[in-house]
Design a binder for this molecule. Structure first.
Ligand SMILES: Nc1ncnc2c1ncn2[C@@H]1O[C@H](COP(=O)(O)OP(=O)(O)OP(=O)(O)O)[C@@H](O)[C@H]1O
Ligand SMILES: [Mg+2]
Length: 266
C-alpha cells in the first residue's frame, strides 16, 4: 500500500543560495532530467543520490554551467543565471569537481590548482589579479586551497605521483580555487579504499562548515550520517527530498534502492 509522500521542501526562502526551478535537460529525444525543482540552503551540506543514470551528473552539469538547460531556471541568490557561460558560473562562485579525473598528470599539485585559479580570475584582468601582484596572489591562493585539503606538503609532487585518495583531494583543491561559495562534488569517493573514503568524508564535513556543499553520491549509507539534507533523483526526476531520517523511511526511495526493474521515462 502506498503511503503519502512527504512534502518536497523545494520552495525557496531567504536562506536559499541556489535554486533549480523546473529544470530539465534533453539530449535529442532522450530526457536526462525533467522538471526538477529544489532549493539549496546556504551553509548546508546536501547529498544528491540516485541509481546509475538517475541524472545526478547532468544536474551538476546544469548547476555549474557546463551544460545548458532545455527548460527551467537556475537562481543564484535570486538571479536567473541559466544559459550563461561556464566561466561566469565559476566567477559567480559555483565550483564543481568531476566524476572522472580532470587533473593534469605531469603538472605538480600546486600547478594544477594554480591553473584553476588563473582560469577563474584571468577573465577579470582587474585589481589584485593584475600586474606584479598577480603571480604572488595566484601562488598564495593555490597554497591556501592545498592547505584546506591537507596537501600542502605534497605541493611540488606531480599529480600522477600522488596516491589515488590524494588525487581526489587535489581535485577538490582545484575546485576550491577562486574561493567558491558553492562547492559541487561529483562522487569524490569513487574508486577509494574504505580508509580513503573515511578521510574524504571527514574532509567534506570540514569543508562544509564554511560553505554550501552539494555532494553527488550514490552510496546511500555513506551520506546518511554526513548530509543534513538528501535529494533523491531517479530516472531524471526528483523522487524525494528531506532529512536523512525522512529519506530512510520514504517508501518510493526504498522501492528504488531495493531494486526494481528499469521502466521507461518521459
Ligand atoms: N551528453 C549526453 N548525451 C546523451 N545522453 C546523455 C548525455 N549525458 C548524459 N546522458 C544520459 O542521461 C542519463 C543521466 O546521466 P547522468 O550521467 O546524469 O547520470 P548519473 O546519475 O550521474 O549516473 P551515474 O551514477 O552512473 O554517474 C543517462 O542515461 C545518460 O546516458
Ligand atoms: Mg554521474
Amino acid at each position: 500500500m502506498r503511503q503519502p509522500v512527504p512534502p518536497l521542501e523545494s520552495s525557496a526562502s531567504a536562506d536559499t543560495v541556489l535554486a533549480a526551478e523546473g529544470l530539465g535537460k534533453r539530449y535529442g529525444g532522450f530526457v536526462a532530467l525533467a522538471d526538477v525543482s529544489v532549493a539549496f540552503t546556504r551553509g548546508r551540506l546536501t547529498a544528491i543520490i540516485g541509481p546509475n543514470g538517475a541524472g545526478k551528473s547532468t544536474f551538476f552539469a546544469l548547476l555549474s554551467g557546463a551544460a545548458t538547460p532545455s527548460s527551467g531556471r537556475i537562481r543564484l541568490e535570486g538571479a536567473d543565471i541559466a544559459g550563461q557561460a561556464q566561466f561566469r558560473f565559476a566567477r559567480m562562485g559555483i565550483a564543481r569537481s568531476y566524476q572522472i579525473t580532470s587533473l593534469f598528470p605531469e603538472l605538480t599539485a600546486h600547478e594544477n590548482v594554480r591553473v584553476a585559479c588563473q582560469a577563474v580570475h584571468a577573465p577579470a584582468r582587474r585589481d589584485l589579479w593584475r600586474g606584479r601582484s598577480h603571480y604572488r596572489a595566484l601562488v598564495e591562493e593555490a597554497d591556501a586551497a592545498l592547505a584546506q585539503v591537507g596537501l600542502l606538503a605534497r605541493r611540488s609532487r606531480p599529480a600522477s605521483r600522488l596516491a589515488h585518495g590524494e588525487q581526489r583531494a587535489l581535485e577538490i583543491a582545484v575546485a576550491l580555487a577562486g574561493r567558491p561559495k558553492l562547492l559541487l562534488l561529483d562522487e569524490p569517493t569513487a574508486g577509494m579504499s574504505p580508509e580513503e573514503t573515511k578521510e574524504m568524508m571527514d574532509l567534506i564535513a570540514r569543508l562544509a562548515t564554511e560553505r554550501t556543499v552539494l555532494l553527488v553520491e550514490h552510496k546511500m549509507k555513506l551520506v546518511m550520517g554526513l548530509a543534513e539534507r538528501i535529494v533523491v533523483l531517479h530516472q531524471g526526476r526528483l523522487l524525494a527530498s528531506g532529512s536523512p531520517d525522512d529519506i530512510r523511511v520514504h517508501p518510493e526511495v526504498r522501492r528504488v534502492y531495493l531494486g526494481e526493474g528499469r521502466s521507461g521515462r518521459g
